[in-house]
Design a protein around this ligand. Structure first.
Ligand SMILES: [Fe+2]
Length: 295
């Protein structure tokens, strides 16, 4: 198993070759998990897998989340979040269909499941069919952003931000990014949830900003003032570190640690190109506002 780190300064983004997740030794599994927690993103090249093999590998990391109703496809397991413009009859969906518009919301920077009361640890995304052009995924390091938050330039200080709790919602983020796409009953099922603004990673003991597009405002603050600050933090994350663009090969896996990394999908021509991605998502242990923070 070979491990190459793309950004050594930030300890960010690793690429692993010469391993097959279908027949993985315990030693190599432990190495992959450590690599993921150390570098935030891990590409596993050449993984020709089906859903059952993806689920079996993903369960080694912990319990899996069930897909939301807009991420399901008839006939596939509940643990598979399907991000695709291809329907169950294998046809390209119209560009104005609900699913295509919903998936377009993933083009804003986010952390998967931050809108769930117990947010996820890891996402494990497998490419099943990819466009020739576009349809990549970009990653940015919210830990490096925190560690370079400039005391002179930025206010408030990390000490002030350390205790802040934010409200996250996918209804809010989709409203901003795609328009009003959910019906009332779905909106009622997806209320705001509380998450820490800064989280400390249990493995590395290093902290990161926990924001992205699902993060709406700070509890107890004026909404507009807190949204301005959240925007400033999101902008700083984009400007402080390296944005790594991953151009997908077919049949590979990218895994990332949602407690540290923000990601987004990039444009592709949804009217003519097919893109089929299957994600498994490793559930977290508790709401992040119950975690302790260390600076
Ligand atoms: Fe995502």
């Amino acid at each position: 198993m070979q491990i190459e780190v793309k950004n050594k300064k930030q300890d960010f983004f690793a690429v692993i070759t010469d391993v097959d997740i279908k027949n993985i030794s315990n030693t190599n599994f432990v190495k992959i998990k450590q690599t993921l927690e150390t570098y935030g993103v891990v590409v596993l090249k050449n993984q020709n897998i089906n859903d059952n093999q993806q689920i079996e590998f993903s369960r080694k990391f912990g319990d899996l989340e069930k897909a939301l109703e807009h991420d399901k496809l008839e006939g596939i397991q509940d643990e598979i979040t399907r991000i695709s413009n291809v329907d169950q009859h294998n046809n390209i969906l119209p560009v104005d269909s609900k699913k295509v518009i919903y998936d377009r919301g993933n083009r804003s920077w986010h952390s998967d499941s931050s809108y769930k009361s117990i947010p996820s640890k890891f996402s494990i995304l497998s490419s099943r069919e990819i466009p020739d052009q576009g349809g990549g995924t970009e990653y940015i390091d919210a830990r490096y952003a925190l560690e370079t938050w400039n005391k002179k330039k930025h206010k408030p200080s990390l000490e002030d931000l350390k205790q802040q709790i934010c409200q996250h919602s996918i209804v809010y983020s989709r409203m901003v990014n795609t328009g009003d796409i959910f019906d009332e009953s779905y909106k009622n099922k997806m209320p705001f949830v509380k998450q820490r603004l800064i989280r400390t990673h249990p493995f590395t003991q290093r902290s990161a900003f926990y924001v992205g597009s699902h993060c709406s405002h700070i509890v107890g603050w004026d909404i507009e003032i807190s949204r301005k600050l959240i925007k400033e933090i999101n902008d700083w994350i984009m400007n402080s570190g390296e944005i790594i663009h991953h151009k997908w090969s077919n049949k590979e896996i990218v895994m990332w640690d949602n407690r540290r990394v923000l990601h987004r999908g990039t444009y592709f021509d949804e009217s003519s190109a097919r893109r089929i991605m299957h994600r498994t998502t490793v559930a977290g242990d508790m709401p992040s506002y119950k975690e302790s923070v260390k600076l």
